[in-house]
Design a protein. Structure first.
Length: 118
């Protein structure tokens, strides 16, 4: 499975960005998709999750500001980020997970940099 993120960049505090993640494979609809982020010297942290039935979950630090969504017709997941803060600056990674016959499969994208600064 190939996972490719896009949409990162430089934005001022209070601004918005929309990250996209495209994942290959004919079974995208059964993937659980996650967005993680990582800053230098820190562990990668889970930001948002969307399940195959489109249930969502968010880290407390982004609740009310970020929205994760998916489009199974485009094999894509999105992260709409509003009211961005300097502390949201990080490399954002898309993660794909699914299970089949008791085996878990995990794939990561290469990451996209988000910088929030004036």
């Amino acid at each position: 499975v190939q996972v490719v993120e896009s949409g990162g960049g430089l934005v001022q505090p209070g601004g918005s960005l929309r990250l996209s993640c495209a994942a290959s494979g004919s079974i995208f609809s059964i993937y659980t998709m996650h967005w993680y982020r990582q800053t230098p010297g820190k562990q990668r942290e889970l930001v948002a999750t969307i399940t195959p039935d489109s249930s969502t979950n968010y880290d407390d630090t982004v609740k009310g500001r970020f929205t994760i969504s998916r489009d199974n017709t485009k094999n894509s997941v999105y992260l709409q980020m509003n009211s961005l803060k300097p502390e949201d600056t990080a490399v954002y990674y898309c993660h794909v997970h699914w299970e089949a016959s008791g085996i878990g499969y995990d794939f990561w994208g290469q990451g996209t940099q988000v910088t929030v600064s004036s």
